[in-house]
Design a binder for this molecule. Structure first.
Ligand code: HEM
Length: 140
């Protein structure tokens, strides 16, 4: 199970690399106004979302569910930190789905949001990461 936990954390880092960088690409994409940049950002967004972020998310979630099933649910189901962590993870999955919608909006040249919006949008995964890591390690 220590191997599973280690790879859970490794793929969580992969997932977060995308959660931090994709909205940053949206910031630059929303500021760009020439066709070459537009096409280049579309490729970068597609590869990051489908090649790195989504596999990272799926494997992190699969390994987390594996640990829950194997021992962690029985051990911690009475503890608040686990329920709060899982709630934050659900919000993160919602954020991931929103990113998917935004990647598609850019792909079809129908982005309607400003770079300022994406700068704020970029902060949400930071809060989720701080929240989840504090819950997992401090277990308040
Ligand atoms: C559906 C998604 C997830 C599930 C079901 C899940 C479940 C779990 C479980 C059962 C453990 C083992 C707890 C223990 O034995 O102490 C664990 C460990 C951990 N999880 Fe998750 N997790 C999920 C997503 C995430 C995400 C998104 C993050 C980061 C933002 C994360 C961060 C961690 C960390 C850092 C540990 C290691 C704790 C340690 O070193 O002991 N998990 N997770």
């Amino acid at each position: 199970m220590l191997w599973v936990k280690a790879f859970h954390v490794i793929f969580m880092v992969t997932w977060f690399a995308g959660l931090f960088y994709l909205p940053r690409l949206f910031v630059y994409h929303a500021m760009s106004d020439d066709a070459i940049s537009n096409e280049r950002f579309k490729i970068m967004e597609r590869k990051l979302f489908y090649g790195i972020m989504t596999p990272g998310a799926l494997i992190t979630i699969a390994l987390g569910l594996w640990m829950l099933h194997a021992y962690a649910w029985e051990a911690y189901k009475g503890e608040m930190w686990l329920h709060m962590k899982l709630t934050l993870v659900l919000l993160l999955i919602g954020y991931h789905a929103w990113c998917w919608k935004l990647v598609n909006d850019f792909k079809h040249d129908r982005n309607s949001k400003s770079h300022v919006f994406y700068r704020w949008f970029n902060e949400a995964p930071v809060l989720a990461l701080i929240g989840i890591v504090l819950l997992v390690y401090i277990r308040p």
